[in-house]
Design a protein around this ligand. Structure first.
Ligand code: ZN
Ligand code: FE
Length: 253
């Protein structure tokens, strides 16, 4: 039985996600950007919240834990770093499994944006919740980790099956696309950027994305191929990635 995902906007540019295990009727929310919006959507759907799955400790991801737990009794699952701002009922790390009814999520270690960041992968349904690690045409800023750690994390996600649906936590895609076009002139990127700009004009989300689409057009995953464009020709892959990340941090556009 499948996992059904309901996505809705929260705060300025976050997405909230509720996931229903159809077999058991149990639901999880991935991160808690905005407790009011999450509780409203839960009520409208009539879903019973069993789990809160945190990807990292940032307030726009774990800041609503206490309110959502108080209202629903859901158990909080997350990396140890979440205890900086919220109690956690079960600490998990890369390689662990989390069950929601019959749905099994594997925890993937994706440190870099924060040191303990994790992603949740449901292989049977080809769905991944990646928080602030991989974005559509982008990746998270390196607030805590080093480029080689983030590059390894992104490679773990890039190794998932091409058809995997990727739920990223922010709608940053139009500005990511403007940067991507500054370092990459591939036809695949140009076509995608046009589609992204058009979708945003219509007020439509550009999340979720897929692993195949990101491998083809995301300038961070394509860093080795773009090394010459960012002054990193001939360098190691993680150094090319570091150069693309540095260019994005400086990009005004
Ligand atoms: Zn974050
Ligand atoms: Fe965030």
């Amino acid at each position: 039985m499948p996992l059904t995902v309901h996505q809705f906007p929260c705060l300025a540019d976050n997405y909230g996600f509720l996931a229903l295990d159809e077999a058991s009727g149990l639901a999880a929310c991935i991160d808690t950007p905005e407790s009011g919006a999450i509780l409203r959507e839960l009520k409208a759907l009539g879903w019973r919240l069993e789990l809160i799955l945190n990807t990292h400790w940032h307030p726009d991801h774990a800041g609503g834990n206490a309110d959502v737990q108080a209202a629903t009794g859901a158990k909080i699952v997350g990396p140890a770093e979440v205890t900086r701002i919220s109690p956690v009922d079960r600490e998990v790390r890369g390689g662990d499994f989390v069950m929601l009814g019959e749905t099994r999520f594997e925890v993937i270690e994706t440190g870099g944006h924060t040191l303990g960041h994790i992603a949740y992968h449901d292989a049977d349904d080809a769905i991944a919740f990646v928080g602030d690690t991989l974005f559509a045409l982008g990746c998270g800023r390196l607030f805590e980790g080093k480029p080689d750690q983030m590059w390894s994390s992104l490679q773990r996600l890039a190794a998932l099956p091409d058809e995997t649906t990727v739920y990223c936590a922010h709608e940053y895609t139009a500005s990511n696309a403007r940067f991507a076009l500054s370092v990459d002139d591939s036809p695949a990127l140009k076509a995608r950027a046009e589609a992204v700009f058009a979708a945003r004009e219509r007020g439509q989300p550009t999340v979720p994305t897929t692993i195949a689409l990101e491998k083809a057009t995301n300038p961070f995953l394509r860093a080795p191929a773009l090394a010459g464009r960012v002054g990193a020709a001939g360098r190691a892959d993680h150094e090319a990635f570091a150069a693309v990340r540095a260019a994005k941090d400086l990009f005004k556009g």
